[in-house]
Design a protein around this ligand. Structure first.
Ligand code: TMP
Length: 237
């Protein structure tokens, strides 16, 4: 497909383009670049863009088939997809099923503790401030979303969590935690946006608890590409 595209935004792992003659659509391109700890650690993970494009496509298609509203339209090349144009809500929504990452580091949870109920947390989407943890009170005070919108976002997040936990467990993967971003489409509807991939989730093998996600990059555990490829292969079956 040849589309006349203009770069609008380049983030740490993706680029967003507008498309000439298609005011309601964007192209989302996945890069091989990887960063961690708010950009302090930087490298490339070979073939990550291609693997995350395929993984995000598989997951978004599954969510769409289960009535979750998302920005995904279609995959158009090995590292690009067409998505609906959205205004991103500057709140990163993290949902946790098993204690890991900052829950262990900041709050003293024991890694691997299975949480009785999922924890939903909000982080301000700001590279400058290092994405601080914040509350609904801060979100309302900053005018980032209304109480009704946050209620919708939280219930959609929990519904997505239920769907994804089952989807991954069927593929012998524990969904430890993940990060979602939501946006408003041109009609004002709140829809799931961004990506869902080993960059934005923690995945553990359901039998061995082996880490199969970006923690392998963050903590120099080795076999980073192999882990992403294994996730892609298990989801493709
Ligand atoms: P955390 O335990 O480091 O707070 O991460 C929670 C989840 O959110 C984990 O699955 C990784 C994901 N995440 C992102 O997608 N982007 C980020 O910037 C951070 C810090 C975490």
């Amino acid at each position: 497909m040849t589309l006349d595209k203009t770069l609008l935004y380049e983030g740490k792992a993706k680029k967003i383009y507008s498309i000439s003659g298609k005011p309601d659509l964007y192209i989302q391109e996945f890069k091989d670049d990887a960063t961690a700890f708010n950009g302090l650690k930087k490298d490339k993970i070979s073939n990550k863009g291609v693997m995350n494009t395929e993984i995000t496509t598989l997951i978004f298609n599954y969510l769409i088939s289960n009535s979750i509203p998302t920005h995904f339209v279609e995959k158009i090349s090995e590292n690009e997809m067409i998505v609906k144009k959205v205004d991103i809500i500057k709140v990163e929504v993290v949902c946790r099923n098993i204690a890991a990452g900052s829950l262990v580091k900041k709050f003293g949870f024991k890694e691997g503790l299975v949480l009785e109920n999922p924890i939903v947390e909000y982080y301000l989407k700001s590279d400058e401030l290092g994405d601080p943890l914040f509350t609904e009170g801060h979100i309302f005070a900053l005018g980032l979303a209304t109480a009704e919108e946050m209620e919708f976002i939280k219930s959609l997040t929990l519904k997505i969590n239920g769907l994804l936990k089952k989807y991954f467990l069927d593929r012998k993967i524990k969904l430890v935690d993940f990060k979602l971003e939501f946006g408003k489409d041109t009609q004002g509807n709140i829809i799931l946006a961004d990506e869902i991939s080993p960059d934005t989730c923690r995945f553990w093998d359901s039998e061995t608890n082996e880490k199969m996600d970006k923690d392998r990059f963050r903590f120099d555990l080795g076999k980073v590409e192999d882990a992403y490829l294994e996730i892609k292969n298990r989801l493709s079956k």
